[in-house]
Design a protein around this ligand. Structure first.
Ligand code: HEC
Ligand code: HEC
Ligand code: HEC
Ligand code: HEC
Length: 441
């Protein structure tokens, strides 16, 4: 009686908690490794077996044609995959959990059998579930499919379950999250349709015949198409409302929105780090052009205050990836610091000796890669120009020199004339020329 009651309570409590996720189901039991399935009397035959319910050449087909075997993990080794992981600060892509979760069969260490090999890519058990408990029984024709499923065989025949499985990698879920940051580092956009993808010849190692229908019921493409759409829609809404994944700092997770609402073209892939922000790819940045220029002007008056503003600006950028509260706190203290420093600028003499520190500060930012954004380059061009004009007006430099410098400023401006043709390298070169001319006595 007690035993029955506790079993009943267990059922109740597991029902109250939401059902196990795909990844939990797949990783419920140990993964025995593709080698375990690949024997020629199991799934590694070179020919289809005539007398069997299943082809038994699944391994051979998988190995030869299936991108899950021969491309998924390779993508992480490729120059493209390696560059992506580097930009995200993940190190080697083939060791990064977030990448391996979708590009390989990646169960936790204690769920890996002796013959399991991480190098197998998206192997059999990434879709069919860890085989520890059903390995023996699933080869016995007398054991019904449902019994194997109860032992952890993933029900790939059930269209809802199959949609959840495929979409966990082909769209991303709370357990296997693909983010706008990963997209920003150059990851291809994901798109998936259950019925089409189930039957693309490179992945099929199954067919619907009489014995299949007897064992598992019929397939219907229209049904699967509809179910695939429904599961994907619910998945998007669940992620959007998931407090862990629906937000990225002060912004909603942008991967859940229509890419073309913001991107007119999707092929730019020009992201490069901007050290002054400390932010990775795919992060929406605050417009800090004025903050940056204030720091350069300040360099002529108080170098250590300028570097403090730089540190606080970086802190503000970081805060936007944390929370609204952190952002508000960082913004308030930075604003107070600027107001505290303004009188210093008002009191300074701004003689000829202030010219070089400002140009040096601008150029140092340029050399560090700070002007990857068009907006900050445009501000820098205006700053360079006002500095030269101001010194000329104040007669801090003579007319001949002023004319020479104005030609250099024009060259700087030329580099920001067309936003779509902007190139940081050329812009920084023009700044360098301006600084060199100014430095000549
Ligand atoms: C949510 C699952 C998911 C995550 C997380 C993920 N990927 Fe992918 N990735 C995919 C899928 C699915 C494709 C295939 C897209 C297609 O062509 O339909 C792909 C494609 C790629 C490609 C292009 C491969 C080719 O053959 O053209 C590269 C490179 C890549 N991913 C690298 C990475 C790296 C590096 C990471 C980690 C930073 C990563 N991926 C994280 C699912 C994922
Ligand atoms: C990307 C996911 C995926 C991978 C990887 C995968 N399968 Fe499958 N497999 C499926 C789907 C989907 C079906 C068809 C639906 C069903 O009946 O379960 C299927 C069907 C089968 C069937 C036929 C089942 C039947 O009752 O007729 C066998 C046998 C099989 N897979 C073996 C393997 C083996 C062996 C491997 C590894 C070499 C493998 N699969 C890798 C998804 C996968
Ligand atoms: C563990 C993650 C994972 C699971 C689960 C998974 N896939 Fe994939 N799939 C991938 C990755 C990664 C690629 C990309 C391989 C490449 O081209 O680099 C891919 C590629 C494919 C392709 C080739 C697509 C193309 O654009 O060329 C098809 C078709 C496909 N998967 C179908 C399915 C189906 C159907 C399911 C569910 C039964 C499924 N996949 C489950 C990770 C997965
Ligand atoms: C709300 C606006 C918004 C949406 C929606 C959005 N993005 Fe972005 N995306 C941005 C911003 C802003 C950046 C720039 C971040 C930076 O400059 O570092 C960016 C950067 C990128 C980059 C890097 C661009 C480059 O030049 O290297 C890629 C790639 C990208 N997004 C892909 C996508 C994809 C794919 C989607 C849809 C799944 C998407 N974005 C949705 C705003 C958006």
């Amino acid at each position: 009686m007690v035993k029955q009651l506790s079993a009943w309570l267990l059922v109740l409590s597991s029902g109250a908690v939401s059902a196990a996720s795909v990844v939990e189901q797949i990783n419920q039991n140990a993964h025995m490794g593709v080698a375990t399935c690949a024997s020629s009397v199991c799934h590694g035959s070179s020919q289809q077996f005539k007398e069997s319910n299943v082809w038994q050449n699944e391994f051979a087909r998988w190995q030869e044609y299936d991108p899950h075997a021969n491309k998924a993990l390779q993508a992480l080794r490729s120059a493209e995959g390696q560059a992506m992981a580097r930009k995200l600060g993940l190190g080697d892509a083939t060791q990064a959990k977030v990448c391996l979760d979708c590009h390989a069969d990646n169960p936790p260490a204690d769920k890996r059998g002796e013959r399991f090999q991480a190098s197998d890519g998206v192997g059999c058990e990434a879709c069919h579930g860890g085989a520890e408990q059903w390995l023996t029984s699933h080869a016995d024709k007398g054991v019904p499919h449902a019994d194997n499923v109860a032992k952890g065989l993933y029900p790939t025949d059930d269209p809802v379950k199959r949609a959840e499985l495929c979409l966990s990698c082909h769209m991303g879920t709370a357990d296997r999250m693909i983010t706008h940051r990963i997209m920003g580092a150059g990851h291809p956009r994901l798109s998936f349709e259950l019925d089409t993808f189930t039957w693309l010849p490179e992945v099929t190692h199954y067919e619907i015949d009489e014995d299949y229908i007897a064992r598992k019921g019929d397939f219907n493409g229209v049904r699967d198409w509809g179910i695939g759409q429904g599961v994907a829609a619910a998945n998007l809404l669940d992620t959007l409302t998931d407090p862990r994944h629906g937000w990225d700092g002060i912004f909603p997770e942008l991967v859940l929105f229509d890419c073309h609402a913001c991107h007119k073209r999707m092929d730019s892939k020009r992201w490069a780090a901007r050290p002054g922000t400390g932010l990775g790819p795919g992060v929406v940045r605050l417009n800090d052009a004025n903050l940056v220029m204030f720091r350069h002007v300040l360099a002529a008056v108080d170098a250590s205050a300028a570097s403090r503003i730089g540190t606080m600006t970086r802190g503000l950028h970081q805060a936007t990836t944390q929370s609204r509260d952190a952002t508000a706190a960082a913004a308030r203290s930075l604003s107070a610091e600027i107001r505290r420093l303004l009188p210093r600028l008002a009191e300074a003499s701004w003689g000829g000796d202030s010219l070089m520190p400002i140009l040096d500060s601008l150029l140092a930012d340029g050399e560090r890669g700070e002007f990857v954004d068009y907006a900050s380059a445009e501000q820098a061009a205006m700053a360079a120009s006002s500095v030269i004009v101001a010194f000329e007006t104040a007669k801090a430099i003579d007319a001949a020199k002023a004319e020479q410098l104005r030609a250099r400023v024009d060259a700087v401006y030329e580099r920001v004339k067309d936003e779509n043709a902007y190139q940081m390298g050329a812009f920084v070169n023009a700044l360098r020329e301006l600084r060199r001319a100014a430095a000549q006595g």
